[in-house]
Design a protein around this ligand. Structure first.
Ligand code: NAP
Length: 552
């Protein structure tokens, strides 16, 4: 291993000169926080971002109705008490424009922009064993060399665009929810077709229905969705949270999901008590339906691990669909069947099922026959041809791994991450990979990622990575790599904690387990053990001298 001298700052001196200490890929929540915290440690950091603006997810997903499903007062950073006191959220669940404004405010407030290169897409990252450094190449041909590289590329950032035959010859507009253009899309009075009924579809459908001449929803899998009951935040509600913000932040950090749940905004949630649906009477179930509506299926304690109980709860949900959607055939088509409650990410909505009572909305059920082709004027299925002006793809993401496998990431001995992950992603503690020294991932596979609120998680996880980097720079270490045996053990642990949950039920196909993308291996990607246990494991490794890492 090459050994270089050290400057008085602790930074390795002498050749080869590196452009930066750390290159961060992505200027979303993770990238912004990484820049802030690493710059405070005196490191030379550059952030590269392919979008023309900061915000990551909250830059790209500007489709009508885009909104966060974590309460705004909690879906925000807690690192600066002044920031959280001064920032004013207007709604319980913040809309995309408000979160984008917040992240732009962060970029300005902490003077981050001077180290962010926008419109800079990364195509490859290659580890150089001679100099213990990464060379990150951009599509424009620039090469940035840094000791460490942090992939702050997000869990839901690689759009999934199914190869619908004929899509390129459609004469109207095709737009993807996750690549919604900043200048907007002409929707008023148009015949709109939307493919997909996950969170993005469910959020946009009521909004599109309001402006379209006609909206046709192409649904492959009916979804479980719960009304958010979103509303404006009152000054009193804000003040009450701000008064005890420090305590709330501690509660968030100690919670498996990174949410305190005490900010009064989780109105779509219901208390899960010790009631068992298997032991309930029809009268009890009816009473719960009356009290909780769509959320009646979520009250029972025995639905999480018992498929029979789960199916009984699902029937309560279907009953609510029948009571809401006037046309019985349509209600049946919109009713989830064949996969358990709790397998997919919960969706929250504002008037989703009611939207199907409108005269200008119709459904094409793709369960039996998929989309045959997209023609120059619309979409053809076995049930006929629908004439359209606009096609909205709400078809989701190559989640958690796509952003990394779409780049050429080359580690030691020329290995390629895409190949190493062909049968499953492998990480140690969800942040680092054997064979890829000096490379870290934020909210990566094998970390809580999409199962815990991002700002809380990012502060904890990137805080941990930043501490490891500080340790390396202070000691003059130039090489940090996860050990393969520790990585294998971590993957086994990630699998074990998901085992027996509805996430891994045989009938569960979701983006959590890669089954939304053709050819993707069936592996449950996030760490289901909760943020608290996860951070305990990370902190224990750090406390043991970064156990599981080779550092030199
Ligand atoms: P998604 O949940 O994966 O939904 C994609 C939809 O497209 C599904 O209905 C899927 O059907 C359908 N689809 C995919 N390929 C298709 C094909 N070839 N033919 C027909 N239909 C097809 O993606 P998403 O809605 O973008 O949401 C992803 C995640 O992003 C969410 O779960 C959430 O974590 C996050 N998100 C959050 C919010 C929020 O905070 N409120 C909003 C948007 C997104 P199948 O189910 O049959 O595959």
């Amino acid at each position: 291993m090459a050994s270089h001298g050290r400057s008085v700052t602790g930074r390795p001196a002498g050749p080869p000169a590196l452009d930066f200490d750390v290159v961060v890929v992505g200027a979303g929540m993770s990238g912004l926080y990484a820049l802030k915290v690493l710059r405070e440690q005196g490191l030379r950091v550059v952030v590269v971002e392919k979008a023309p603006g900061v915000g990551g997810t909250w830059y790209w997903n500007r489709y009508p109705g885009a909104r966060c499903d974590v309460p705004s007062l909690e879906y925000s950073f807690g690192f600066d008490p002044d920031l959280e006191q001064e920032w004013v959220w207007t709604e319980h669940f913040a809309s995309q424009p408000e979160i984008e404004r917040y992240l732009n405010h962060i970029a300005d407030r902490y003077d981050l922009r001077r180290d962010i290169r926008l419109n800079t897409a990364v195509c490859s990252a290659t580890f150089d064993e001679a100099s213990d450094s990464w060379a990150v190449e951009t599509e424009a041909g620039d090469r940035l060399r840094a000791r460490f590289c942090i992939m702050a590329t997000g869990g839901l950032s690689a759009p999934n665009r199914p190869p619908f035959p004929g899509i390129d010859r459609f004469g109207g507009t095709v737009v993807q929810t996750s690549l919604w253009p900043e200048q907007g899309v002409e929707l008023e009075g148009r015949r709109i077709g939307i493919i997909g009924t996950g969170s993005s579809g469910v959020q946009s459908i009521p909004e599109l229905a309001r402006v379209a001449a006609h909206l046709t929803v192409f649904q492959r899998t009916p979804t479980f969705t719960w009304p958010s009951h979103n509303k404006l935040l009152t000054a009193g509600e804000q003040a009450a949270v701000k008064k005890r913000y420090r305590e709330i932040r501690r509660e968030q950090a100690r919670s498996p999901s990174g949410t305190a749940g005490t900010t009064g905004a989780l109105s779509f949630q219901v208390p899960i008590d010790d009631r068992e649906i298997l032991a309930s009477t029809p009268e009890e179930r009816e009473a719960v339906l009356g009290e909780f509506g769509f959320s009646a299926c979520r009250v029972w304690v025995d639905t999480a691990r018992d498929l029979e109980a789960n199916e009984m709860a699902v029937e309560l949900f279907r009953e609510m669909v029948r009571r809401t959607v006037k046309d019985p055939e349509l209600a049946e088509a919109l009713s989830p069947r064949g996969y358990p409650l709790g397998c997919k990410r919960p969706v929250i909505d504002a008037g989703y099922f009611d939207t199907f009572n409108r005269d200008n909305v119709s459904l094409v059920d793709l369960r039996e026959d998929g989309i045959e082709e997209i023609t120059s004027t619309g979409i053809r299925t076995a049930q006929g041809h629908v004439e359209l002006d606009v096609i909205v793809l709400a078809t989701g993401f190559d989640a958690m791994t796509g952003a990394l496998t779409r780049m050429d990431i080359r580690g030691r001995d020329g290995r390629l991450l895409r190949d190493d992950w062909a049968d499953r992603p492998r990480t140690y503690l969800g942040v680092s990979m054997a064979g890829y020294p000096n490379l870290f991932v934020s909210v990566g596979p094998g970390s809580p990622s999409v199962l815990a609120s991002y700002p809380t998680q990012i502060e904890l996880q990137l805080g941990w990575i930043a501490a490891l980097l500080r340790h390396a720079f202070e000691k003059g270490f130039t090489f940090v790599e996860a050990d393969a045996a520790y990585q294998d053990a971590w993957c086994d642990h990630v699998d074990a904690v998901a085992e027996g949950t509805m996430f891994t039920a045989p009938s569960c196909n979701s983006w959590y387990n890669g089954q939304n993308v053709e050819g993707k291996p069936r592996v449950f990607l996030p760490y289901a053990g909760g943020l608290t246990v996860y951070m305990e494991r990370c902190n224990a490794a750090a406390g043991n001298g970064y156990e599981g890492f080779s550092i030199r």
